[in-house]
Design a protein around this ligand. Structure first.
Ligand code: ADP
Length: 487
């Protein structure tokens, strides 16, 4: 199958969260299974990409869209990267979504609209890549939401234009790409698709809704989240649309990149270890305590947290149980960045308890690995979590996670209290401070029983979170989308 994976971010080149990890791993798994996979993303300034450079394809200016180049790079993992180079749109300071001051890029809709335009073109006979036309265009999150619409547009004139099927994946429904309706002119949405059956969302244009309306298949990143987003509590205003599309909506749990996230081979941690020999884990804990300025004490239970610091992630709940956790002999190491009030509260806690609480503000891939390896237990009390990756990394690293029973957390963590033989972590019984405090208490009790704790660690380390199985599910969805587009 010829698969075009369109994404605003892709590890290891540009990553702000889970979508970056998925974009790095899923296409490579599909390529390893024998499919022709290309990943299309913007050529952001400062991106370090190594690999065999192929020919650069010129894309002439067309209508409101600028001139650009498509740079083809063989990424070395069977995937061809297609970097959309357009200095006017992508060669500037900041990240994929925000400028150097942290504000949305002033021309965000156009930046991603253009990415979608080229993604859709790669699925038609007007493909800018000579002799390569995608069978399926896989669009990810709202930045890619217009690609299914453009493909539907390509298919609509008679005589019927052959065009790729489209799949839209929701990695987080909370981010919807909503813009004033006059943006529709800028990105070329026909008048008859600007209403409620099209892109309209409370009088504005929603790029994610465009993707949901026009995609041949929709997926999200866990079975539980697929159910949750059809409810008023989790649907963020799109539950009605999702309910009408329920027959084409599938939840597929993300995998993890088992080459990058494997404690037996991880080069970013000081001491490697495995389920058979956990000795290195204690050394990683001491190294982490030292690095973060905490008292180097094997008897202190060390809780780790790596996250965007937002209310979605339940950081306020962590703050709510902090005093009780420290009073019981716990320590907390946090890596993240996000809402100023949460950052300030964590900084204040670290200031008051320098030997027991550490906060590192920023994005640091190596420290993220060191926390997974060095912490005893991982905190992830998210209010909603489409899939979540850290709870899977922490199970692989023998660091049982404490999670809420939502989305991908519910689908990937087995509660050790209710299922002691197979448990891999602790599932909170209520999504509030009391629920977290109770779960922390259960974890501390379990940790003080070393044989039981080792069993819990080994249960998690023995699970397979490899992408292979989920990739097979995506292939089924791609095929269904192709059948539906042809039918
Ligand atoms: P989300 O995509 O909602 O942010 P996920 O759990 O799906 O959450 O994925 C987050 C990914 O980003 C994980 O790989 C996690 O380790 C990483 N991450 C988050 N914050 C940081 C940070 N400050 N430094 C390094 N890695 C981070």
């Amino acid at each position: 199958m010829k698969i075009l994976f369109v994404t605003p971010e892709c590890a290891p080149y540009v990553k702000t969260g889970g979508l970056g990890d998925v974009s790095g791993a899923l296409p490579a798994t599909l390529a390893a299974q024998g499919h022709e996979v290309r990943v299309l993303m913007p050529a952001y300034s400062g991106m370090q990409v190594s690999g065999g450079a192929g020919i650069a394809v010129e894309i002439p200016a067309h209508g409101q869209w600028p001139r650009a180049q498509l740079l083809q790079v063989e990424a070395g993992n069977g995937v061809t990267l297609l970097l959309l180079s357009c200095p006017e749109l992508y060669d500037r300071a900041g990240g994929p979504y925000v400028d150097a001051t942290g504000r949305d890029h002033h021309d965000t809709a156009r930046r991603f609209g253009f990415l979608c335009r080229i993604g859709a073109a790669l699925g038609t006979s007007a493909s800018p890549c000579p002799r390569w036309r995608a069978d399926v265009v896989h669009a990810n999150d709202w930045p890619c939401g217009l690609a299914p619409l453009y493909l539907a547009q390509a298919r609509s004139p008679a005589p019927h234009e052959p065009a790729a099927a489209s799949v839209m994946t929701i990695h987080n429904l909370a981010f919807q790409g909503v813009f004033p309706m006059d943006t529709a002119d800028l990105v070329g949405i026909p008048g008859h698709w600007r209403g409620i059956e099209g892109v309209e969302f409370w009088g504005q244009l929603s790029m994610l809704k465009a993707g949901l309306q026009f995609a041949d298949a929709i997926t999200t990143v866990s079975p539980t989240y697929a159910r949750e987003i059809q409810t008023d509590a989790f649907g963020v205003g799109l539950q009605g649309v999702l309910r009408t599309k329920a027959d084409r909506l599938t939840g597929i749990l993300n995998g993890i990149d088992t080459q990058l996230w494997n404690p037996a081979t991880d080069q970013l941690i000081p001491h490697r270890y495995s389920a058979a020999d956990l000795a290195g884990k204690a050394l990683n804990k001491a190294a982490l305590q030292q690095r973060c300025g905490l008292s180097v004490d094997p008897r202190a239970m060390l809780f780790g947290l790596v996250s965007r610091l937002t209310s979605q992630k339940g950081i306020d709940l962590v703050l709510g149980v902090l005093d009780a956790t420290l009073a019981s002999g716990g320590q907390l190491v946090v890596l993240g960045q996000g809402e100023p009030a949460l950052q300030d509260a964590l900084l204040a806690a670290a200031h008051v308890h320098p030997a027991a609480v550490s906060l590192t503000l920023g994005f640091d891939e190596a420290l993220a690995h060191q926390i997974e390896a060095g912490a005893d237990c991982f905190l992830m009390p998210s209010r909603f979590e489409p899939c979540g990756l850290n709870q899977m990394y922490s199970q692989a690293y023998g660091t049982p996670p404490i999670v809420t029973a939502t989305g991908g957390l519910a689908d990937s963590v087995v509660d050790a209290t209710t299922q002691p033989g197979t448990g891999t972590g602790f599932v909170m019984r209520s999504q509030n401070t009391a629920g977290l405090e109770q779960a922390v208490g259960r974890a501390m009790t379990a940790w003080r029983d070393p044989p039981a704790w080792r069993q819990l660690q080994r249960n998690g380390m023995g699970r397979s979170f490899a992408w292979t199985e989920s990739a097979a599910r995506y292939l089924e969805v791609y095929q269904r989308a192709i059948d539906s587009a042809q039918g």
